[in-house]
Design a protein around this ligand. Structure first.
Ligand SMILES: [Zn+2]
Ligand SMILES: [Zn+2]
Ligand SMILES: [Zn+2]
Ligand SMILES: [Zn+2]
Length: 385
């Protein structure tokens, strides 16, 4: 036993010291290394700005365009750039004719006119899946720029043109429909299909909303505008339109999930044997009476937020069964301020509080709107739900 305890003691005294010192050692060494390399980092950052005399990666002519999205073949002369980027309108290109790197929009191209370079405008097509003629099944299709279209991706806004297809066999002309656009990974901002978001962008927006529910759509729109500017492009991004389009996508995705029998608002870990449900009110989730949103019917009425009429029927049933004096917050035998009924906080609010029930894994199960503390007794109902 003595020998063992001696061994244990030697381990205990040696190990924690070693691990703590090695962690702080590592931190210290890392800071030292960063400090040493600071002048070199700065030099590299400055050198990165030098344009030099690059040659086109495709034809060895002097290059005028750099596209880092095309790495490792990043340099292009004017003609090769037009040919190569015709099919890649979403690449962020930079032009070097002024002696420094300048981000240019996809609609700008550079031409060599013998005595010097000049910029030209070109129409860029929205990239969509390959078209084939639906009436003659022909594949002899010529595509030209059609109506203007705005595409918003995680890299910001692109002012492009919708492709206009023309079948040389049967002389039919058509533009891609909504189903073609969705198949190509886009979602409309409105039903006029003038502005499109990528599905990828909306999925990133959803992820941000899940990570940080208070994340503002205006902040997201500002971020996208910043990305637009970084790419040498311009234009405003409407946060409200983004939100609306996002909610429509969420609704359609929900319906799709229902068809695939995916259940929402159940916890896979504790359904059906749910041990505990916690319910609490969130006073930040209120709505102003004048906001007019009550005229706008909900997408998923009663699915997560219980219908007000059903809650009222339930509370009435409870009121009849329990003796409760109006104005006194009685809950069981004890008096409780938060249980006081009809304590209106501010008259301008419509729904004042949202009461949400979660399981012990934090899965949202059910919620209800509270109007002035009226429905405080209801959480017990969720246990049966
Ligand atoms: Zn070239
Ligand atoms: Zn490129
Ligand atoms: Zn045809
Ligand atoms: Zn659970």
């Amino acid at each position: 036993m003595e020998q063992l305890s001696a061994i244990l003691e030697s381990c205990h005294s040696a190990e924690p010291q070693k691990s703590s010192s090695s962690w702080s050692d590592r931190q210290h060494k890392a800071s030292e290394r960063w400090k040493e390399s600071r002048p070199y980092n700065l030099q590299c950052l400055i050198e990165e700005e030098a344009v030099g005399h690059p040659l086109c990666c495709l034809c060895n002519e002097p290059a005028v365009i750099r596209c880092r999205d095309c790495l490792p073949e990043e340099w292009f002369c004017g003609d090769c750039d037009i040919l190569h980027h015709k099919k890649q309108p979403l690449h962020n290109r930079e032009c070097i004719i002024d002696g420094f790197f300048k981000a240019i929009p996809p609609s700008t191209c550079i031409m060599n006119q013998g005595d010097g370079y000049c910029t030209h405008e070109q129409a860029c097509l929205l990239p969509v899946g390959k078209a084939s003629c639906s009436s003659c099944k022909g594949t002899n299709i010529v595509t030209s720029p059609g109506k203007p279209a705005i595409l918003i991706t995680i890299n910001g806004r692109y002012d492009l043109h919708q492709p206009l297809h023309f079948c040389e066999t049967c002389q039919r002309q058509w533009a891609p429909e909504l189903k073609d656009l969705i198949r190509s990974g886009y979602w409309p901002a409105s039903l006029s299909v003038y502005t499109l978001y990528t599905l990828d962008l909306l999925s990133s927006f959803q992820e941000l909303k899940v990570i940080s529910p208070g994340f503002a759509r205006q902040a997201f729109a500002k971020l996208l505008e910043h990305r637009t500017k970084c790419g040498g492009r311009s234009g405003h991004i409407n946060g409200d339109a983004l939100q609306r389009s996002f909610l429509e996508l969420s609704y359609s995705s929900f319906e799709k999930k229902q068809l695939c029998c995916g259940a929402e608002f159940t916890c896979p870990a504790c359904t059906p044997e749910m041990l505990a449900v916690s319910a609490d009110g969130n006073r930040k989730l209120y709505r102003f009476g004048q906001s007019g949103s009550s005229d706008d019917p909900a997408f998923l009425e009663g699915l997560f937020v219980a219908k007000d009429s059903e809650v009222a029927i339930f509370t009435d049933a409870i009121q009849k069964a329990v003796k409760n004096t109006q104005g006194k917050g009685k809950c069981g035998d004890s008096q409780w301020t938060a249980a006081r009924e009809r304590s209106k906080r501010a008259s301008k609010l419509d729904e004042e509080v949202m009461e949400v029930a979660v399981c012990r894994h934090g899965f949202l199960l059910k919620a209800l709107n509270m109007y002035g503390g009226r429905y405080l007794h209801t959480p017990s109902s969720f246990r049966k739900n």
